[in-house]
Design a protein around this ligand. Structure first.
Ligand SMILES: [Zn+2]
Length: 264
C-alpha cells in the first residue's frame, strides 16, 4: 500500500486507514469462532484446504473422545466407590433401631443377673496338651475384648487375673470342640460365677485374632449381665456377632444393667 506523500491531509487519512485495518472491532475484519461454536456447527469454520479440514475434525473428535472417557471414568468411580457406601449409609440409617439401647429385650421383669463386685477375678483354661506358649496367641484378643467392655463401665467393673483357679469369679475356656463359636453359662452356687467358652477356631497356622476378639466380646457381654441378645446386627450382642467391640447400644444397655445412667 503506497499512500500519497505530497499532502498532509491525505497522510492523516491513510494513517487512520492503517489503524482501521488492524482494528479487531470491525464487524467484518475477524470472525472469532469459539470452540463451542466449532463443535456445535463445524460449518462455521472457514476451511482453507482439505488437509486443514481433516485436522480440525480430528481435533474435535479427539476432544469429544476425551470428554467421553472422562465421563466414563467418573461414572465407574461413582458406581464403584461412592454409590455403595452411600446406599450402605442410607440402609444403615433406615434399618438401625431408633431405641438407643435394647434393655427392654433382656430384662423382662426377671432379676438382672450381674456381678455385684467391682474386681472381676478371671482364670483362663487352655485345652490339655496345648503348647506352653499357646496362651499368648489367645490372651491378646481376649484382653482387648475385656478392655472394650470395662473401659466404658468406668470404675464399676475391673477385670483382674485370679491368683489361682478356684478363686475366680469368671472362668474363660479356650476349647477346640464346640458346636458354636462361643458359649456362656452360669456355674451353680450361690455366688454369681459365670464361665465362657471360646472356640479356638484354628483354620491356619495361627488363630484368627479378629474372630477370637469378636467371640470374646459377645461371650463377655453375656457373662457381664446381658443374658439375651440384641435385635440389631450392628451390635456385638446380636446372635450372630460380627462386631469385635461393643456398639453404643451395647454399652448403653450394659450401663443400664449396672445401674449407671439411671438404670436398675
Ligand atoms: Zn449369645
Amino acid at each position: 500500500m503506497n499512500p500519497p506523500r505530497d499532502n498532509n491531509k491525505d497522510k492523516d487519512r491513510w494513517d487512520m486507514s492503517e489503524w482501521n485495518i488492524f482494528s479487531t472491532d470491525g464487524p467484518d475484519d475477524f470472525d472469532e469462532v469459539t470452540d463451542d461454536q466449532e463443535e456445535e456447527d463445524p460449518d462455521l469454520i472457514v476451511i482453507e484446504s482439505k488437509d486443514d479440514d481433516e485436522i480440525i475434525h480430528r481435533s474435535i473428535w479427539f476432544r469429544r473422545f476425551l470428554r467421553f472417557i472422562a465421563i466414563l471414568v467418573l461414572t465407574v468411580f461413582l458406581a464403584a466407590f461412592v454409590l455403595p457406601s452411600s446406599i450402605a449409609g442410607v440402609w444403615d440409617y433406615v434399618s438401625r433401631p431408633k431405641e438407643p439401647d435394647y434393655y427392654s429385650l433382656i430384662a423382662s421383669g426377671e432379676p438382672v443377673l450381674r456381678f455385684d463386685r467391682q474386681k472381676i477375678r478371671y482364670s483362663i483354661v487352655m485345652p490339655e496338651n496345648s503348647p506352653a506358649d499357646a496362651i499368648r496367641y489367645f490372651e491378646a484378643p481376649l484382653m482387648r475384648a475385656m478392655d472394650s467392655w470395662d473401659t466404658p463401665l468406668g470404675d464399676r467393673i475391673d477385670f483382674v487375673p485370679a491368683e489361682s483357679t478356684g478363686t475366680d469369679d469368671l472362668l474363660i475356656h479356650f476349647v477346640t470342640d464346640l458346636r458354636s463359636a462361643g458359649l456362656a453359662t452360669l456355674r451353680s452356687g450361690t455366688r454369681y460365677r459365670p464361665e465362657i467358652f471360646i472356640k479356638m477356631e484354628v483354620t491356619g497356622p495361627m488363630p484368627n485374632p479378629v474372630m477370637l476378639e469378636t467371640v470374646a466380646c459377645h461371650e463377655l457381654g453375656h457373662a457381664l449381665g446381658i443374658w439375651g441378645h440384641s435385635n440389631y446386627d450392628g451390635d456385638c450382642m446380636y446372635p450372630i456377632a460380627s462386631r469385635r467391640t461393643p456398639s453404643d447400644r451395647d454399652i448403653r444397655t450394659m450401663r443400664l444393667i449396672y445401674g449407671l445412667d439411671g438404670g436398675v
